[in-house]
Design a protein around this ligand. Structure first.
Ligand code: HEC
Length: 108
């Protein structure tokens, strides 16, 4: 009779395992999607800088002519300057890095 008692316990553990396995893809996909630098730029920067970086709304500097390097741009995006809003609370560090990298590709 001892064996009969063990079986339901094992089934319980097995179904718990199945449950966790079934949940796993949802846990993974629940992580926020990683947006590409271009997508982040379109969402947050285009309204002032324009898709090509040249729009110049509110005195926004032409990004194609900017001499700021990655470090300077990161500082500016995180902290803002004048009419340029700070994005330090809105974007993650990784997103800032991606959007800055994308802004550096706007060179013509
Ligand atoms: C509300 C309008 C606005 C938005 C939105 C905006 N900017 Fe700006 N940006 C400005 C203004 C205005 C300046 C000029 C700031 C100054 O020098 O006083 C500027 C300057 C900059 C500069 C420095 C250029 C230089 O060489 O002087 C960079 C780089 C920059 N922005 C990148 C970005 C990025 C990347 C985003 C999106 C995450 C963004 N900006 C969103 C208005 C904006």
């Amino acid at each position: 009779m001892g064996a009969l008692r063990v079986v339901p316990v094992m089934n319980l553990q097995f179904s718990a395992l199945l449950f966790l396995l079934a949940l796993l893809p949802q846990l993974v996909s629940a992580a926020p999607p990683v947006l590409s630098g271009q997508a982040i730029f379109q969402k947050n920067c285009v309204r002032c800088h324009g898709a090509n970086g040249k729009r110049g709304l509110n005195g926004a500097h032409d990004l194609t002519k900017s001499n700021l390097n990655e470090f300077g741009r990161t500082y500016l995006v995180v902290n803002g300057l004048g009419k340029m809003p700070a994005f330090g609370k809105k974007l993650t560090a990784a997103e800032v890095q991606q959007v800055v990298a994308y802004s550096l590709t706007l060179k013509q």
